[in-house]
Structures are given as C-alpha cells and as structure tokens.
Design a protein around this ligand. Structure first.
Ligand code: S3P
Length: 175
C-alpha cells in the first residue's frame, strides 16, 4: 500500500504535516486521534478519564485494523504519539506503508507543548520531566520501527515534505 504514516512524540508536527500533505499534495488524510474522537463521540481526554488508557489503546489498534482491512491507499496517516508502543500496532503500521518518524528535540517539543491542556499524559508535574521520561521510554521504538527518520526542528512543512519524498526515493533506488 502506498501510504505515509507519521509517527513521533506529541508536538512533533504529525497532524500539521499530515494536513499540509493533504492540502498541498492531494493525499487523503487520517488522523487516528480525530478518528477515535469521532467514533466515540467524545474527546480523548474524556476517554482517558472515563475508560482509562488501555481502552484508548484498544481503539488505536482497532483503527489500524480497519485501515488495513479497507485497503487504505494514497493516504497520510498521522498517529497518536503512543500508538507505536504496542507490538501489534507496529506490525499493522508496516502493513500500511512507509513509516516516517518526525523527530524533534525535547526543547522544541517543550516549546510547542507549553500551555497544552488536552493531552492527558502531559498532566501533572513538570512538562520538561514528562517529556524526558516518555521520550526515554519511546525514542528507541520510534527509531527502530521507522523506515525514515526526518528532523523537524526549525523546518517548514514544505521542507519536511520534500525531505520525506527525497529520502523515500533514495531508499527505493538503493533497494
Ligand atoms: C498520546 C498522544 C496524543 C493522543 C493521546 C496519547 C501519547 O496524540 O493520542 O493523548 O501517548 O503520546 P498526539 O501525539 O497527536 O498528541
């Protein structure tokens, strides 16, 4: 399947780059967070608060299964930051297409996430510490599952997109 899956930490720009690719380059767009909110008719915050994190993680897996089942094509899929942490999800992501890790420095993430009040996993304590701890848990998995790792610090969406396509072409021609 020819899809791009955008993975990375909260605030790394997955949804924004996805919207850019949809608006400027004709990809269909699926944002797993928005998809789940629509499916459930409530916000992610409410889902976490009422049902707990595991329930939300099951919905993420369910969403990926549907995308694979529906032969999703020509689509950019922006996924929640924690989604690649489940092994079954990583298998499904590989089935869906090229996995792109949008990488950003912790300082960049902190700047972008400051004042955010709708991400349950950032609640409580110092934002810097939350980012550091979660990043330690996740970074290795992001790097390992990704087909392409693309830096996003101080870069415009157009540059990020160009990088994705260039790196994908390089990869194809070296195979
Ligand atoms: C999460 C990231 C969020 C959302 C949920 C959990 C995470 O998505 O799925 O709040 O575990 O990192 P974004 O990465 O789009 O913020």
């Amino acid at each position: 399947m020819t899809n791009y899956i955008l993975i990375g930490f909260m605030g790394s720009g997955k949804s924004s780059v996805g919207r850019y690719m949809h608006a400027k380059h004709g990809y269909q767009l699926i944002d797993t967070d928005s998809y789940i909110e629509k499916l459930e008719g409530r916000s992610i915050q409410e889902i976490f608060a009422t049902e707990g994190e595991e329930y939300f993680r099951d919905l993420e897996t369910h969403t990926l299964e549907l995308l694979v089942h529906n032969n999703t094509n020509n689509t950019v899929i922006a996924v929640g930051g924690g989604l690649p942490m489940r092994k079954i999800n990583r298998i499904l992501l590989h089935e869906l297409g090229t996995i792109v890790y949008l990488k950003a420095r912790p300082e960049t993430l902190e700047r972008r996430l400051a004042g955010d009040d709708h991400r349950p996993l950032l609640k409580g304590g110092s934002l810097r510490e939350r980012i550091r701890t979660l990043m330690e848990e996740r970074e290795d998995t992001y790097e390992k599952v990704a087909d392409l790792v693309i830096g996003t610090d101080n870069r415009k969406y157009a540059q990020i997109y160009k990088d994705i396509i260039r790196r994908q072409n390089e990869k194809n021609s070296s195979n």
